[in-house]
Structure formats: C-alpha cells, structure tokens
Design a protein around this ligand. Structure first.
Ligand code: NAP
Length: 352
C-alpha cells in the first residue's frame, strides 16, 4: 500500500483523514484478535507491522494479513510507516512500550493493566503530559459492551436516581494464561471491575478492603479464590465485587446497580435458548473472548476512528492509573487486614 511521506507527516501532526497504519506488539491470545480486527473489520485502518518474542506467532499473523514482522518492538514503534500501536504483550512490558509510543508522538491502545504498578502508570501519564496532547487509550473494552453502555445511559439519564449500592460478580471458568496468584488476580484481573464500576457511577473510590472467604478446592495453592472486594465511593455508594477464577461453569459477569428510583441489572448476552433432556437454558460463554467479541470490535473501530480524527476518546491513562491504584490498595488491605483509604484526589489538569 502506498503512503506518501507527506501524508504520514500530516497524520502525525495535523491528522489528515485517511488510513491509520497500525502496528501490533504481542500476537498472543488477544493481540492476534486485535490484528484481525484491524485488518478485516476496521474501516480506514491497515495492519502494517507486528512484533512478538515468539517469531512463529508474529510471522503467522504477518503472513495472514500481508503485514511485515518487526523483530524489535521499539523499531516497530519508531517505524515511519506506523501511525498507531496496539500493545498486547505481557503486562510488565506495557510501561516501556507505552512511554516509547508517547515519546514518538504516536497513538496507542494499551491493553489492561496500563502498567504493573501505579508508579508505572504515573510514568506513562508524565510522558503523555510532556507531549502535550492525548494519545493513549487503555483497553477497558467493557465500556464498549452494549449492556454496560445501556446501564451507563440509564444512570446518566437520571431514571435510576442516585445510585446507592453496586453488586458485581466476575466469574471465570478457569484461570487462563500466566499462572494466577492471589495478588496478581487482585492487581490484573479485578482492574476491569474497578474501572467499569467507577465509569458507571462517574465517581471516585474513597476506601477499599479485599477479603477472602474459604478457598475453593479447585484453586491452585498460590491463589486465594474467590476474592471479595468492598469499596466505598466519595459520593457514598457501597460496592461489593466478587472475583472467582474457578467457577467452572463458564465465564459469567453480573452487575446490579440499586438506585433511589430503580434497580438495573446487566443483561445476559443473547445466546440460543435450549430445551433439552428436561432442562431449559442458555449456554454460558466459556471465556472472555466469546463474551466480549463485539465489544472488542467496537473498541478497536472507535479507537482507530478517533485516532484518525486526532481526538482519542476512550479510557485514558488516568483511568488506567486509578484501576492500578485500586488494585494496589486492595492488596495492601488484604495484607494488613483492614480497610484502606485512598489518598486525596490528585488528577492532573490534563485529564480533567
Ligand atoms: P499471551 O497469549 O501470553 O500473549 C502475549 C504475547 O506477548 C506472547 O506471544 C508473548 O510471547 C509476547 N511477548 C511477551 N513479552 C514480549 C515482549 N517484550 N515483546 C514482544 N512480545 C512479547 O497473553 P494474552 O492473553 O494475549 O495477554 C496479553 C495482554 O493482554 C496482557 O497484558 C493481558 O493482561 C491483556 N489482556 C486483556 C484482556 C482484555 O479483556 N482486555 C484479555 C486478555 C488479556 P511469548 O509467549 O513467546 O513469551
């Protein structure tokens, strides 16, 4: 595909409408899917380069979509024919690659968690603020899911009245990917809950406590499973979250907001209803990848559209920082067996 150098310069600086040339770092479970969404499902976007420690995985994705394989992710970020980058490599690589993208003045969609510590998220925010314009979205794709979006509209529209209580459950069939430990689950898996509840309520957290009930016999020795998190927001909403990695029956999310005027509940995703062998019911999706396919498609499409407009509009680095801070304080509350208060809000003006 031909791209004039002039157009590249204008996209970086002045954001001419055109084609967004995307590079993907990390072509594992989620990165492969994002590469496909860019190549096949996103108007005005093209997959031009991919990079992964696993040469075979990157090579297969590159060949399938007519992109090139870059051995070094930092070279992919610096490449003049790459306008925007998706970071979907391991959690601990996110900070270095995100900072590098921001220093290169390129748009970036960084998978959650934004970094493995609040300090790492702080370094990313500092790099973005130094560059002087918003370039980074965080991959909190639940915000693009239809059911959560309906809940958000209902709350913002006022028909629910003041939210009072949130009950939410995040149940996995079994842990996937890297070996899960107690603190890693609190830091990396619960970030989706921490973000979506904060976003639904438009409120910040005031205190947190993570507690563990009796452990499921199905859990690995290093994982306290399930976990329960109690949060209180500055606006006075009480939130209880359950995270269960070994639910065994499927990947299941529930969310209920109790308000002054109404109670609303996240709809189950549409799926075939079976009547068979004396039972009537619907299959529960086996994992997040099926449950959220349409949300990922919307997320990638909206990210590319806003990057082309020069106006990133998704979850920002501050949201990534707040989710990471919540995980960190939740872990502290578990270690110290007490409720932990959040520090005074210190949101930089840039993210207001
Ligand atoms: P995965 O299947 O293990 O894929 C990660 C890939 O990144 C692997 O191929 C790995 O190569 C590669 N990699 C590791 N370090 C790298 C580096 N320094 N440079 C380039 N490539 C590197 O993991 P995944 O499940 O796709 O998860 C990837 C990221 O997405 C994680 O941050 C995870 O938290 C996030 N995630 C988000 C969601 C969501 O719902 N938004 C869902 C799942 C995962 P090797 O295998 O050779 O080491």
């Amino acid at each position: 595909m031909f791209r004039s150098p002039r157009r590249t310069a204008r996209l970086k600086g002045g954001h001419m409408p055109g084609t967004l040339r995307v590079g993907v770092i990390g072509t594992g479970n989620i990165g492969r899917g994002h590469a496909r969404r860019i190549a096949e499902l996103t108007p005005n976007a093209a997959l031009v380069a991919v990079s992964d420690l696993d040469a075979a995985s990157a090579g297969a994705v590159a060949e399938k979509y007519g992109a090139r394989r870059e051995k070094d992710p930092l070279r992919l970020i610096a490449a003049p024919d790459v306008d925007a980058i998706i970071i979907s490599s391991w959690d601990r690589t996110h900070e270095e690659y995100a900072v590098s993208c921001l220093e290169s003045g390129k748009y970036v969609l960084c998978e959650k968690p934004l970094a493995v510590s609040p300090e790492g998220c702080g370094n990313i925010m500092a790099a973005e603020i130094k560059g002087g314009r918003r370039l980074l979205d965080v991959g909190f794709m639940r915000r693009y899911e239809n059911g959560y979006a309906q809940m958000k509209r209902a709350i913002d529209g006022g028909a629910v009245g003041n939210p009072l209580i949130v009950h939410a459950q995040h149940r996995n069939k079994r842990p996937q990917g890297e070996k899960h430990t107690t603190e890693m689950t609190a830091r990396a898996s619960l970030v989706h809950e921490f973000d979506i509840v904060r976003w639904l309520l438009g409120d910040e957290y005031e205190s947190v406590q993570l507690v563990c009930p009796r452990k499921s016999r199905h859990a690995d020795p290093d994982l306290a499973d399930p976990q329960v998190v109690y949060l209180r927001t500055r606006g006075g909403v009480c939130v209880d979250l359950e995270m269960f990695m070994n639910a065994w029956y499927g990947y299941d999310l529930q969310c209920e907001v109790v308000g002054e005027e109404a109670t609303i509940r996240l709809p189950d995703p549409a799926n075939l209803v079976w009547r068979k062998d004396g039972f009537c019911g619907r299959e529960v999706f086996p994992s997040w990848s099926q449950r959220f396919e349409s949300a990922y498609e919307t997320e990638i499409r909206e990210w590319a559209r806003h990057a082309l407009l020069g106006r990133p509009d998704g979850p920002c680095a501050w949201d990534g920082y707040m989710a990471s801070l919540t995980g960190e304080l939740a872990v502290r509350s578990l270690r110290e067996r007490r409720v932990v208060e959040f520090p005074e809000e210190c949101r930089p003006e840039f993210y207001r």
